[in-house]
Structure formats: C-alpha cells, structure tokens
Design a protein around this ligand. Structure first.
Ligand code: ATR
Length: 284
C-alpha cells in the first residue's frame, strides 16, 4: 500500500519507509519486510510518496511518528543530503543520501549505493574493482556520478567516462582527478567510441529502460574479453549484444539487494538480513 504525507499518520506500525517520486513501483518493501519479520522486529516497512521539495517535511513527520529511518530514491537523494543534520564521509563524497536514520539526537544520512554496485559486480561477474579499468557510459546522470565516485574510492586503476553530452561529465572528471591523484580519468563523447580498452563496461544511462532503446555504445566495440554490467534491471540491447559476442554480462537487480543489506545494517547493526531479503526478491 502506498502512503503520502497526508495519510502517513494512519500507517499503523510503520517504522521504516522508502521515499521517492514516483515510488509505487519500488521493491524495497517486499525486500525489507521479510527480514524485519524474520528477526521478530515489530516494524512495518512502507512506500511513501513524497513530492519534490517536501523531503525535510517528510523527515520531520517521520521523526514525530517514531520512525527508525528510511531509504531515499529518485529524485530525492540530493534533497535528503540537505535535510540531514549529519552525513557521513561517503554521502558527502557522493553528494547524495540514500539511507537515513532518525537517531534520538540527530537525523543521520549515508549512501549504500556504491556498496550495492561493488557487491553486485562481485557476485554476478566475479570481479573486484581494485586495479580494474572501467568504462562508464551515461556518466552524466546521478547513477553514473555515484558509480564513478565509488569506483574511484574502491581503487580502480582507470576510469573512462562516456556521455552523449560531453560537457556534462567534465566537472565530475575534474573532481575525481583532484581527489584521487593516482587515478587515470578520461572523458569521451558516446559518438567517439572506437576500440574499448576497459575490463569492465557499465551502463548508467537510461538507454534500455524502454523495450526498443538502442545500445548506448556501438555494439561492434564489444569483445569477448569485456565484462558488461547494466544498471537497468531488465535485459537491454547492450546485454543482448554482450551475450551474442560471448562477453560476461549482468543486469542490475542485485544492486538493489546489496544496497538494501547495507541500509538494513545501518538501522540494525550486527543483523543478518540477507537470506530473508533474497527470498523477498524471489532470488532464492
Ligand atoms: P539523472 O540520472 O540525473 O536523472 P537522466 O536524465 O536520467 O539523469 O540521464 C542519465 C544518463 O543517461 C545521462 O548520462 C544521459 O546523457 P546526457 O547527459 O547526454 O543527457 C543519458 N541518456 C539519457 N537518454 C539518452 C539517450 N537517448 N542517448 C544517450 N544517452 C542518454
């Protein structure tokens, strides 16, 4: 069931939520509730529709109602950063908050999206990010910036940032070069892609959300030695091309699981929610 700020006070037993706009499609309640139930926590996890500009108000209301915390999804991750009293170093580096905890004294925020990406890549492709060369296509959006930032923090050797609009990735590239002097950062327009020298190719563009979307990269550039990770949950033209060429490939659905595990542990340190969460997502 979907709640709004007006109906939130009637959400009996609700102590956790995912906020977004729109949020009705979110699988976070189905993932978190089984873990809460299995651990015997008397706590309901709900989806809460929050209009743009109302994130601080949502936090105040959730605090008043005794909420433990919330997850934050598109388009509220930056507003959530501003609305927290305290953010950790990861959220600051990402300029985005995806997980919030209402402690007695302060509202605290972190970001578990990078952890989710790294663990999904490890589980699906068997790759560790350290020392890898990574191409990110669609680096101009929020997801691309988060994944590029995490790759830099995780110690990749080289980042190749690719975007349809080149001007949109220069600031990100400069910031990463400044913070990680040993990291090689290159930028390229999507139309200038020739041979791809990267080990791992990641799609963070929105190309693939629609059935007939083309691949964000020229398919001829894919080779069997590449590993391809698409942050979009369903099979895309890029994933189909990787399959055809014999490259290792994975879609993004495990990112949801792994960022969720880290969020749950932010609220309940020392807990073991993974098995129940996998069951909730139909992954077992
Ligand atoms: P956000 O994640 O901030 O909401 P977005 O508008 O969803 O951003 O776009 C995410 C990424 O997908 C961007 O890198 C965008 O490229 P531009 O910066 O050039 O807009 C990319 N993208 C969206 N539609 C695209 C398309 N038709 N072709 C190529 N890239 C596209």
């Amino acid at each position: 069931m979907l709640f709004t700020l007006d109906t939130l006070p009637q959400a009996a037993g609700a102590r956790l939520a995912v906020i977004g706009h729109p949020v009705a499609h979110s699988r976070s309640p189905a993932m978190h509730q089984p873990a809460l139930d299995e651990e015997g926590r008397d706590c309901r996890y709900i989806a809460l529709e929050v209009e743009p500009g109302e994130v601080a108000q949502a936090f105040r209301l959730m605090r008043e109602l005794g909420f433990i915390g919330c997850n934050v999804t598109v388009p509220h991750k930056f507003d959530a950063l501003e609305a927290c009293d305290e953010i950790d170093e990861i959220a600051r580096d990402f300029s985005a908050v995806n997980t919030v905890r209402f402690d007695a004294d302060l509202t605290r925020g972190t970001n578990t999206d990078g952890y989710g990406f790294e663990n999904a890549v490890a589980e699906t492709l068997g790759l560790s990010l350290k020392d890898l060369s990574v191409l990110i296509v669609g680096a101009g959006g929020g997801a691309g910036s988060a994944i590029a930032t995490h790759c830099a923090r995780a110690g990749v050797r080289k980042l190749l940032l690719v975007n349809r609009t080149l001007s949109k990735i220069e600031t990100l590239a400069d910031r990463l070069r400044e913070r990680h002097p040993a990291l090689i950062v290159e930028t390229l327009g999507s139309d200038a892609i020739g041979e791809i020298t990267a080990d791992l190719i990641v799609n963070t563009s929105s190309l693939g959300l629609h059935e007939d979307d083309p691949s964000p990269l020229p398919i001829a550039a894919l080779k069997p030695h590449h590993a391809v990770f698409d942050t979009i949950y369903k099979p895309t033209a890029l994933i189909r091309a990787a399959e055809e060429v014999g490259a290792r490939h994975a879609s993004g659905h495990l990112m949801l699981l792994h960022q969720g595990i880290a969020a749950y542990r932010y609220w309940f340190p020392g807990s073991h929610p993974e098995t129940a969460m996998r069951r909730g997502l139909g992954l077992t």
